[in-house]
Design a protein around this ligand. Structure first.
Ligand code: NAP
Length: 329
């Protein structure tokens, strides 16, 4: 089968197409023919061993994914496709089923086929959406769900989402609204309209207004893009308020510190723990019209280098998808 592989950490050009052996499912696994995957910030960070985050994070990253070279040669954690074969113990999926889901840090989805356990983070693809759309659901969807649950976001609470137009942010706006919160989205001018379409109650253009200076306060501030800070946001949090982080070693330390001192907390926990039920919830929300994945660009698998370069600009709106083979829904 064709797969995108890499044998050393580095820039997007370390990625290349190669013929590799097609995997065979174990008894509790499905073999899925992948029709679409997504290029995520996590893929890019892993590929370059988190070089941009400093030496300590690079060392931690390499200790997980391979000290000298990557142990898993195939990146990609998002997938949507068709079940091609099943192991003898598989009960809930059948050959021909349309599925979608996430392999998380096991990766392996930049490929024509993947084996995945039937109780992993997969579900039947929602009716009426394409493989491309389905492949773009879980990166932002699962991460945002994990973060909002950490904050125990409830009905009527006020949340501000900074970086609301990214993969996690665009999912966060929709999920926060689903949880009954009052949602203020912060993004640049070009994404203001999108925020309204996703259901934000208010939108702040950060090129025109600094939310930390407008006198408004929130129960939760969700930095969905890792570009703000607890220190700068603290004055905009209500007493007992929570700052939700998605990135940064400093936030791990602050999370411990603020759990003991002060009445405003940083919430950050990695690795995120997602379950199959979370994927099923996203499927149900899509079918109910309460959630959709935002897709910025779509590339064919062979254009992976170009796609990864675009994701690395940190300017994608929502998600970047890679298509592999046929595109029927
Ligand atoms: N904790 C985890 O397990 C985990 C997993 C995956 C990703 N992450 C991290 O989560 C973060 C978000 O990932 P993502 O894929 O959702 O991001 P993304 O899609 O790459 O975010 C891109 C968006 O961020 C906005 N942006 C860029 N620079 C900004 C700035 N300086 N200030 C405000 N907004 C800015 C841009 O929109 P505007 O033009 O509208 O500003 C752009 O559309 C990353 O830091 C990533 O490393 C964490």
């Amino acid at each position: 089968m064709r797969a995108v592989v890499y044998d050393r950490y580095g820039p997007p050009d370390v990625l290349r197409l190669e013929e590799v052996e097609r995997p065979a499912p174990r008894e509790d696994e499905l073999l899925v023919k992948i029709h679409a995957t997504a290029v995520t910030r996590a893929d890019c960070a892993t590929r370059e061993a988190n070089r941009r985050s400093g030496l300590l994070v690079t060392l931690i990253s390499r200790s997980i994914s391979g000290i000298r070279r990557p142990r898993q040669r195939i990146l990609g954690s998002e997938m949507a496709g068709v079940v091609e074969a099943i192991g003898s113990a598989v009960r809930n999926f059948a050959v021909g089923d349309h599925v979608f889901g996430s392999t998380g840090f096991r990766f392996g989805a930049y490929a024509e086929f993947i084996c995945i356990r039937e109780n992993a983070r997969i579900a039947h693809k929602p009716a009426g959406i394409s493989f491309e759309e389905a492949a773009a659901v879980c990166d932002g969807g699962l991460n945002a769900l994990w973060c909002l649950r950490l904050a125990d976001l409830g009905k009527g609470q006020r949340i501000l989402i900074y970086g609301a137009s990214g993969a996690i942010g665009s999912a966060g706006v929709q999920l926060a609204k689903y949880f009954g919160a009052d949602v203020t989205a912060v993004c640049s001018t070009k994404n203001l309209e999108l925020m309204g379409a996703l259901g934000a109650h208010r939108v702040i253009d950060y090129t025109q207004e600094d939310f930390t200076r407008n006198g408004q306060t929130y129960d939760v501030i969700f930095d969905a893009v890792g570009k703000h800070s607890f220190r700068r946001s603290k004055g905009s949090l209500r007493p007992g308020g929570k700052y939700l982080a998605t990135d940064g070693l400093r936030n791990l330390i602050l999370a411990r510190w603020t759990s003991r001192f002060g009445d405003k907390r940083v919430m950050f926990s990695i690795p995120p723990r997602y379950t199959q039920q979370d994927v099923v919830l996203l499927k149900e929300l899509i079918e109910a019209g309460d959630f959709r994945a935002v897709i910025d660009r779509s590339y064919p698998l062979q254009d992976i280098v170009e796609a990864a370069r675009y994701v690395e600009t940190e300017q994608k709106t929502g998600n970047v998808v890679l298509t592999i083979g046929g595109q029927e829904t």
